[in-house]
Design a protein around this ligand. Sequence first.
Ligand code: 173
Length: 502
Amino acid sequence: MSAPRVFSGQEVSQHNNRQSCWIIVHGKVYDVTDFLDEHPGGSKIILKYAGKDATKEYEPIHPPDAITTNLPLEKHLGSVDLKTVEKVEVVITSEERARQERVAARPPLSEVLNLHDFEAVARQVMPEKAWAYYSSAADDEITIRENHAAYHRIWFRPRIMRNVTTVDWSTTILGHRSSMPLYITATALGKLGHPDGELNLTRAAAKHGVIQMIPTLASCSFDEIVDAAQPGQVQFFQLYVNKDREITKRIVQHAEKRGIKGLFITVDAPQLGRREKDMRMKFEADDPSEVKKAGSDGVDRSQGAARAISSFIDPGLNWDDLKWFKSITKMPLILKGVQCWEDALEAYDAGLAGVVLSNHGGRQLDFARSGIEILVEVVRELGERRGLKFPNEKFQLFVDGGVRRATDVLKAVALGATAVGVGRPFLYAFSSYGFEGVDKALQILHDEFEMNLRLLGAPTIKDVVPEMVDASNLGIHVVSVPSDRLYESNYESMQPARLRVI
Ligand code: 173
C-alpha cells in the first residue's frame, strides 16, 4: 500500500463544486462528490464547505466515525497539511455577539438553585438552533407540558414522628447500585450544547454514582463515552434499531462486549415526530430564496436536524423481533417508549427485564399521556393479571418526561417505578456550564432527596410507599392546579408563521 497522500489546502480548494467536491474533516480529505445526493442532511450544506474544512459544522451533528463508515475507502483521499488550509471565515453576527455577552453574564452556579434554573439560563445562552433542537416537542407541544403538569396532580400523604436522622436515597437499578432512583436518560447530539457533548454526563455520572444511558445518536462516539467511564461505572445503551439488522447486531454485540449493562430499545419512534420549533428555526436561518427551492436538493430541509439523520430507523420493528434480540445478546432488554398496560404486559410475557413508560419527552405523538399516568395503570393491570408487585426486581418499571424535582421522582417511586429518567435538564446544565453544570444539577437533586425523604417520613427509598401519595386525580386531565411559575416562565410559546423581512 502506498503511503497516504498529504494534500495542501490549495489543492483541496480546487475541488469546490458539484462536479468535484472534496471536504476536510479532522485533518483528513474526503471526496464526497458521489455522496452529495445521498447525504441525509442534503447536498447544499456539504457544498457550502466544498474545498474547505467542514470540521466545525460536521462535529456536533455526526458521530466521529460517520464519514469513515459511510464513505467507501477509495474516497478517503489522504490528509491535509492544516497549516496550508485557509480558515473558514466565521462571520460573527450581531446576534452571536449578543449571545456571547449573555454567556459572559451567566449567573454563578452558586445562584442556580434548582433544575428549572438551568433551563432558564440555557434558553438565553445557547445558540438558537441548538436551543430549538433540544427544547422542541411534537405538534402543539401539549404532551411535553403535560409530562410536567401530570406531577402536579399527585399530592403527598407524609408520615410524621419517624426517625429520619439519617436518610438514604440510594437504590439498585437492574441490579446495579445507584446513588439515587434516577438515571441520565439518552438524548441525541450532545455537542450542539457543549464541545465535550455526552462526556460531560459520563464524568458527572461517575462523580455522583448515577447511571448514564448512552444514546445511539450521541455526538461523541460510543467508544469515547465508554472509555471516559471510571472502572466499574455502570452505563446503559439506548438503541435505535437499524433497517439493516447486521448493523444493529454489530452495535448491540459491541455494546455488550464493552460492558454495557442494559439495552433500552426505543419503540416510540418508527418515524420522528414533527418538532415545529426546530423546523421553523432551520427554515428561517436560510436565505429567502430557499423558500422556492425547498426540496430541490433531494431532502426536505424544512424538517429539522433530527429528521434528517433518522432515516435509518426501522419502522418495521415488531414483537417478533424480540426473539432475535435475545439470540444476539445476554444484556437485559428493556423497551423504551411503552404507553399502555397492554404493551407492558406483552413485554413482561416476552420475558423482558422492564419497560420505560415514556412518550420520548413529548417529542413524538402529541397527546400521548405522561409516563407517570401510564405507570399507575401498568402497576394496577400487571398486578391484577400477573400478580406482580412493584417495584419489582424481575420486571422493572421506569418513567421519564417532565421530571424537575426530587419530589417528582419520589412520586414515581411511591407509585411503583424503580427509577426515573431525566434528559433535558442535564442537557441544559452542560449547555450552560459544562461538566460543572451537571455536577451541580446532581448535587441539587441529592439535596432535594435528603430533605424530601425527611419531610415524607421515609428513611429509605423502600419506605416510599403508595400510601404516601394521593394520585386519585392523575387520570383527570382537566383540573385546576396552582400554576408552576418557574416552569411556565421557562416554557416558550410556540410561534406562528411570520412574514419574511424583505
Ligand atoms: O428525540 C430526538 O430528537 C431523537 O430521538 C432523535 C432521533 C433521530 C435523530 C436525532 C434525534
